[in-house]
Design a protein around this ligand. Structure first.
Ligand code: PAF
Length: 301
């Protein structure tokens, strides 16, 4: 397939490389005017062996021939990053959006009213020690599902992703896994960013009541939204991710560390806004949202 990847951060670059290994024709769309880029990759199973992959970049002709556009920029960058590509994009091109948090769906549907749109969420883990080096650091499930009618019957796209990097699953209702991932991000991301600690540190006793409170609030909102879950289930999932990614620094931890904007408005911010629609009080998530907004404001007045 002719594939364009927009947003070659750690997760985006991981997919670009894995799809290239499957002999798909992948180009990168980057912020610079470069026409070629080389990425160096360390596999999960052979972390000390580095293989290099060359990509063509930023070709409008390749974009016009693109059958699958994968967007892996941060939630708050999606619209700005996608807009310059719109004049070239064929309406047959399947668009897959993968970011932490929820809340970009209506913007994307307005921006691409005729394209099949799929949202995806992944528990794969990758790390970029330098701007051109990618390390695959953990396996996890990737879920994909349609958010408009044009994409309803595209379950083969999940199989294509799965052939590159298993396991993947096509979801009849993608909002269920998106909310489940939201719960994990509501718990892990702001705490690891505020305390500048790794994910594993959240297993310490001092964080347990806060994690319980976050999960209770998310479970209440999820239930009001029509999903079946409990505080205990969410807590169990959060604990599993804390254990499985113990030595990792969360994306929000890195964003605060590097003085970048974070996805907080699409994580705890989104949760609080949905809670308000249902008249549910979410003081812990509200306080975390405001604490991160305050930290961001110190760097982005
Ligand atoms: O945002 C992240 O870093 C990841 O989604 C997660 C699951 C919290 C692991 O670090």
């Amino acid at each position: 397939m002719n594939i364009t990847l927009l947003g070659a951060g750690a997760i985006g670059a991981l997919w670009a490389i894995k799809l290239t290994q499957q002999r798909h024709n992948v180009q990168l769309w980057t912020r610079n005017a470069e026409t070629k880029a080389t990425l160096h990759f360390n596999e999960l199973t052979t972390p000390t062996t580095t293989n290099s992959y060359s990509f063509s970049c930023n070709s409008p002709d390749d974009l016009a021939a693109c059958e699958l556009l994968i967007v892996t920029v941060k939630a708050f960058q999606v619209t700005t990053a996608l807009t310059p590509l719109l004049p070239y994009l064929n309406t047959d091109c399947v668009v897959v959006i993968m970011h932490n948090g929820i809340g970009t769906q209506s913007q994307i549907q307005q921006l691409l009213p005729h394209n099949p749109i799929i949202y995806a969420t992944t528990s794969q883990a990758a790390f970029k020690p330098t701007p051109t080096t990618i390390q695959h650091t953990g396996l996890g499930q990737t879920s994909l599902g349609a958010i408009n009618d044009y994409a309803q019957y595209l379950s083969h796209i999940a199989a294509l992703f799965g052939a590159a990097l298993a396991p993947t699953q096509w979801q009849a209702n993608i909002y269920q896994p998106l909310w489940q991932k939201l719960a994990i991000n509501c718990a892990i991301n702001p705490l690891t960013a505020i305390h500048q600690c790794c994910n594993g540190d959240l297993a310490r006793p001092c964080y347990q009541s806060q994690l319980d409170g976050i999960c209770l609030e998310v479970a209440q909102v999820m239930t009001a939204e029509g999903f079946t879950t409990t505080q205990q289930q969410l807590r169990h999932q959060v604990d599993n991710v804390i254990k499985a990614t113990a030595s990792n620094y969360s994306s929000m931890n890195r964003d605060i560390f590097h003085h970048r904007l974070t996805e907080i408005d699409y994580i705890n911010g989104y949760l609080v806004q949905q809670a308000q629609r249902h008249n549910i009080d979410t003081p812990i998530n509200y306080q975390l949202w405001q604490a991160i907004k305050h930290m961001e404001s110190l760097d982005h007045a």
